[in-house]
Design a protein around this ligand. Structure first.
Ligand code: NAD
Length: 448
């Protein structure tokens, strides 16, 4: 099929590259000319494993980038919208959706062939049929249904594994206002093979995305709440507690030959310094606000966010237990991305951790294997050093705060062994065995 994708961020570009790899003809559209130019040179504007290879193989053949949205709509039969949907502090911000949809509608005014418009961005239930559809009708002068299709296909990819998630999806939700809108998506996604597909209405499709994110966020805050109690009680280690929880037959399947498989959902059942990223925080907040407005306040998700908002600062409390005065204290912050495998720093717990250290006068050196560039932009002009190696970050540090679970950080005990005085390691991800360093503090554990 000929498909256009509006928005070439993590979702739009990865989806475009994967659909091109599977044989569709794809035009990726963005308002950002620099991104478009990079993509057309087969260079990815973001770090995502496997993406560069896909771009090198398909750009100029079945994958093209452009800033010309009307032309892309004319040349294709289906348009996916994958622009950002931030939270504005009060509710979901649909500015980018409205602007993209308005332009698509205006392009449809000049197109006689049937076209399908599918929202891929995460939007609160009711947005596709209540905001997108009327805006498309208004700007195109045509009728949804007979003249064009409207669909909602939520995205479940996880940054760092986005290419794999897209090429091997676990489910595909086909929200549509009618059978024709659903069928157009079914044809587009047929290239991914035998995947469970749920045809449904757009509101249900929208809700499935929020329910999925809400569940994962809730499991993380649940684990953190348990971990915080472990630390308060002393001599109870949340790592052992959660291992015990994981071994329940509901979470781990043991085969007769002794091999065992843990359900992947257990990866959200670990205590740490909180979740971040471009999705969980904003999506949970948007759903809470939406529930409030619908007269169905979400007490549980409110608590999920409250726990999460406080969690990064627990690392600072652990530092202050040993160093009450942080002025001029050399601190290494390990990890800036919100999770390993990505350069994305949006809502990363590293941000409040660094802000708090700087506010208290610490000398901060930060290191991340991928996120140095975004960090330099976020902290431009601020008094911290963003260094290029783990060794550089550790040099002279009195305190080491581990924020992101990068595998490379497993080398910390070996790198700080023999340092005099021994630095304090504050482990926000419980990555390092606590007996492997001289001075240790971690989330979810304390000495009694
Ligand atoms: N990042 C993820 O892991 C992820 C996973 C699932 C769902 N989502 C959802 O997908 C959507 C996109 O997320 P993202 O992380 O890819 O966003 P992003 O910010 O990385 O990319 C959005 C892109 O859209 C472009 N854009 C904005 N307005 C435009 C317009 N009118 N025309 C053309 N381009 C325009 C921006 O320049 C930007 O490049 C969001 O709703 C997000 O919640 C994201």
């Amino acid at each position: 099929m000929r498909v256009s994708i509006v928005g070439t961020g993590y979702v739009g570009l990865v989806t475009g590259a994967c659909l091109a790899a599977k044989g569709h003809h794809v035009i990726c559209v963005d308002v950002d000319q620099a991104k478009v130019a990079l993509i057309n040179r087969a260079q990815s504007p973001i770090y995502e494993p496997g993406l560069d290879e896909l771009l090198r193989a398909h750009v100029g053949r079945s994958l093209f980038a452009s800033t010309d949205l009307p032309a892309a709509v004319q040349e294709t039969e289906i348009t996916l919208v994958a622009v950002g949907t931030p939270f504005d502090g009060r509710e979901i911000d649909l500015t980018y959706i409205r602007s993209a949809v308005r332009q698509i509608g205006e392009a449809l005014r000049h197109k006689d062939d049937y076209h399908t418009v599918v929202i891929k961005s995460t939007v609160v239930p009711g947005t596709t049929d209540g905001v997108v559809l009327p805006l498309l009708e208004q700007t195109s002068g045509r009728r949804a249904g007979p003249d064009f299709g409207v669909g909602m296909n939520p995205e479940f990819l996880s940054e760092g594994e986005a290419v794999r998630d897209t090429l091997e999806p676990d489910r595909i939700i086909l929200g549509g206002i009618d059978e024709r809108s659903i069928e157009a998506q079914r044809r587009l996604f047929a290239v991914f093979g035998d995947v469970p597909m749920i045809p449904t209405n757009p509101r249900t499709a929208e809700m499935i995305k929020y329910a999925s994110n809400g569940l994962q966020a809730a499991l993380i805050s649940f684990s953190n709440e348990i971990g915080n109690l472990c630390a308060a009680l002393g001599d109870v280690d949340v790592v052992d507690v959660m291992r015990g929880v994981h071994l329940s037959r509901y979470l781990t399947t043991r085969l007769p030959d002794g091999t065992a498989f843990s359900a992947p959902i257990t990866s959200f059942l670990f205590a740490g310094c909180g979740f971040g990223g471009s999705c969980f925080p904003k999506d949970v907040r948007a759903l809470i606000a939406h529930g409030e407005r619908a007269g169905a306040p979400m007490a549980m998700l409110n608590a999920v966010m409250q726990i999460n908002d406080r969690q990064p600062l627990r690392l600072i409390e652990l530092v202050r237990k040993h160093h009450p005065d942080l002025r001029d204290l050399p601190v290494a912050v390990l990890g800036l991305a919100f999770k390993p495998g990505t350069d994305d720093m949006r809502e990363s717990p590293a941000i409040p951790v660094i802000e708090s250290l700087l506010a208290q006068g610490a000398q901060v050196r930060a290191y991340d294997p991928q996120a140095a560039e975004p960090a330099r932009q976020i902290f431009a002009g601020r008094p911290l050093a963003i260094v290029d190696s783990l060794e550089e970050a550790l040099a002279g540090a009195r305190v080491v705060v581990l924020v992101t679970r990068w595998d490379e950080f497993r080398r910390v005990p070996e790198l700080i062994r023999g340092c005099d005085p021994a630095p304090l390691l504050v482990d926000g991800r419980r990555l390092i065995p606590r007996e492997s360093v001289a001075r240790y503090e971690g989330i979810g554990w304390s000495k009694r």
